[in-house]
Design a binder for this molecule. Structure first.
Ligand code: BJW
Ligand code: ZN
Length: 259
């Protein structure tokens, strides 16, 4: 029973003083955002090397921008689900230090933080995630690195390639593609939080993509507990102390609310 396992896991969570909640695409699946590697995942119908690498952008920026425009349109129709909201409320209740670290670029943790903060009449700060792979709603200049709100959105055909007003280089989505470095300061803060955590909750990720997938390993090596919530077993399940099989939106409200 999902509820029995989630209730047992809740006792461990309640006792923790410092936690990392490390999330992947599965936490947004119930909001309608497609995952990457599942049966209906984006990489089943789209070739990663033609869309999510710097080489693909250099070769065919229009195709890459149109694909990201389609994804921006899709995410703009989605809302945070009970899993995002349970995580945000948990981070804001002030009973322990929680760091939310996400691989997702969809902005739903950030939006859940705003909702939960408004409910509690507080600031969203403690529930704002470290976004390891960037943010879909932003562009970044491929020349000077300047960040801006996304220009290309929706499913429109890209007629004129967007250019930086400062240096005229092409604008690209502010996300991390394969073969690119993650933001060093964001990664450092995520690794430090993982090292200090009593518990690392790993939610809805296949835990295949590095360096992000090191995060639960860092907690485990430092003596903390790794607890996984996923609809199926993953490569992490062998090293996790506890795996709760179930949908994040069903498990997390039971596990986190009131703990
Ligand atoms: C549910 C659910 C529900 C569903 N409830 N659960 C070491 C070894 C081998 C390779 C490497 C290595 N170190 C680095 C590499 C290379 C590469 C890598 O890791 N490759 C592996 C795939 C083998 N890493 C990189 O290239 C990284 N950069 C880097 O290492 O730089 C250093 C360097 C640079 C240059 C030279 C040398 C060194 C960058 C990785 C960037 C990843 N980018 C993407 C795209 C982001 C932008 C975009 O969105 O378009 O990030 S790829 C994609 O995968 C995305 C995700 O954040 C990431 C992780 O996916 P995630 O979140 O786990 O999703 P899924 O779909 O895989 O899993 C979903 C899960 O949810 C499943 O388990 C479901 O069961 C579950 N689920 N419904 C609960 N309701
Ligand atoms: Zn520029």
């Amino acid at each position: 029973m999902v509820t029995d396992e989630a209730a047992r896991a809740r006792e461990l969570v309640s006792a923790a003083r410092r936690l990392v909640v490390f999330t992947g695409a599965g936490v947004s699946a119930e909001s309608g955002v497609p995952t990457f590697r599942g049966a209906d995942g984006l990489w089943k119908s789209h070739r990663v090397e033609e869309l999510a690498t710097p080489e693909a952008f250099a070769r065919d920026p229009r195709t890459v921008l149109e694909w990201y425009g389609w994804r921006r349109g899709l995410v703009s129709e989605c809302s945070p689900n009970p899993a995002h909201l349970a995580i945000a409320r948990f981070a804001l209740d002030g009973r322990r230090r929680v760091t939310i670290v996400t691989q997702n670029v969809d902005g739903l943790h950030r939006r859940a933080a705003m909702t939960a903060a408004a409910e509690l009449a507080t600031q969203p700060g403690p529930a704002e995630p470290l976004e390891l792979h960037g943010a879909l709603h932003r562009d970044r200049c491929s020349g000077c690195g300047r960040r801006s709100e996304a220009v290309v959105g929706g499913s429109a055909v890209v007629r004129e390639l967007p250019r930086c007003p400062a240096c005229d280089a092409l604008l690209r989505p502010d996300v991390v593609w394969f073969g690119e470095m993650l933001d060093a300061s964001v990664l450092k803060r995520a690794f430090e939080s993982a090292h200090e955590a009593d518990v690392c909750l790993v939610v809805g990720t296949s835990a295949l993509v590095y360096p992000a997938a090191s995060i639960p390993q860092i907690t485990a090596r430092a003596g903390g507990i790794v607890m996984e919530i996923n609809v199926e077993a993953t490569p992490l399940s062998d090293v996790a102390d506890h795996t709760v099989i179930g949908a994040a939106g069903a498990v997390l409200p039971i596990m986190l609310e009131g703990s």
